[in-house]
Design a protein around this ligand. Structure first.
Ligand SMILES: [Mg+2]
Length: 309
């Protein structure tokens, strides 16, 4: 099987978006943006042994590669449209490829995005997706828009993926729901898009709330106070925190892929309506101030969010 056969056999799917003029199979793809819209783009790499375990299922790897990229588009308030895939494989394993491509295709249909091109090479297993989306001109939610007095919110719950990872590393079997938190994060696309013109800033939590919120503070040149007892936790994380008094998992754990956003106090009613309408838990955890630092009430531990290097 050569590269051409690999792409034709596993990655040349029927397009289901009329705005894509040309997908896989030429030197480059072509797609049209609606008038008054901007291209929005993000890329993320998953590396074996760093972002997933050596024996991870190709089904989970494919889903998560797509989900983490979609989460970045969601954090900007964009609508995801299409993506390219660069796949580096140690060998041509047809069974692995079959499972990976089936999962990627199903996930793409679920989130209504199309694969429009990419590249394959041989080497240590590495999956790089570049996601493209569109957004109305000047409506993207940047990290730089927070101002003193804004409320701080997070979606979903925090720490379950980190708890799962901790258990695996300690040789303890994680629960089914913890495994889902780690392997199947849900990109908050609908909410992210609905937060345009409501949220003043937004980021997705990939490296840990403490670090990712700090990116908002730095970009916006503000500080914040958050309350650890207001963090949304599911039962397993809540029990872990009660037993250990260790808040580092929900604060610094990462891999949550929830949104952290800020909004003026006048938006509280609107945000509550969005949360109820879209059935996404949204929790107010603190407030932006002019202090130029992040104060976490109820936490004195190390601020040790995920570091890439
Ligand atoms: Mg991000």
């Amino acid at each position: 099987m050569n590269e051409f056969d690999l792409i034709q056999g596993y990655f040349n799917w029927k397009l289901n978006d009329a705005s894509i003029e040309l997908g896989v199979g030429d030197d480059a793809a072509i797609f049209n943006l609606d008038p008054g819209h901007q291209l929005i783009m993000s890329t993320d790499t998953l590396v074996e042994g760093i972002h997933f375990f050596k024996d991870a299922s190709p089904i989970d790897i494919a889903y998560k590669s797509l989900a983490v990229n979609l989460s970045d588009i969601a954090a900007m308030g964009g609508v995801a449209k299409c993506y390219t895939l660069s796949l580096t494989l140690p060998k041509l394993d047809k069974d692995w490829l079959e499972q990976f491509s089936t999962s990627l295709k199903e996930s793409s249909e679920r989130f209504r995005v199309n694969l429009i091109g990419g590249d394959t090479t041989r080497g240590p297993l590495n999956i790089t997706i570049s996601m493209m989306g569109s957004i109305e001109i000047n409506s993207a939610i940047k990290r730089s828009g927070a101002s003193a007095g804004d409320d701080i919110y997070v979606t979903g719950s925090l720490g379950a993926a980190a708890l799962c990872l901790k258990k695996i590393n300690e040789g303890v079997k994680p629960s089914e729901s913890e495994l889902i938190s780690l392997n199947k994060p849900i990109p908050r696309l609908e909410l992210g898009s609905a937060l345009r013109n409501i949220a003043s800033s937004c980021i997705d939590i990939s490296d840990g709330l403490e670090q990712d919120l700090s990116h908002i503070l730095k970009s916006s040149n503000v500080g914040a106070i958050i309350y650890s007892d207001k963090l949304p936790l599911d039962n397993s994380v809540s029990n872990y925190v009660k037993d250990s008094n260790d808040w580092s998992l929900p604060l610094c754990g990462g891999d949550d892929y929830e949104l952290c956003f800020t909004a003026g106090k006048s938006k509280r009613k609107k945000i509550k309506e969005l949360s109820e309408g879209l059935k996404v838990r949204v929790t107010r955890i603190g407030v932006i101030n002019n202090q130029k630092e992040l104060e976490i009430v109820g936490y004195n531990g190390p601020k040790s969010s995920y570091q890439h290097f």
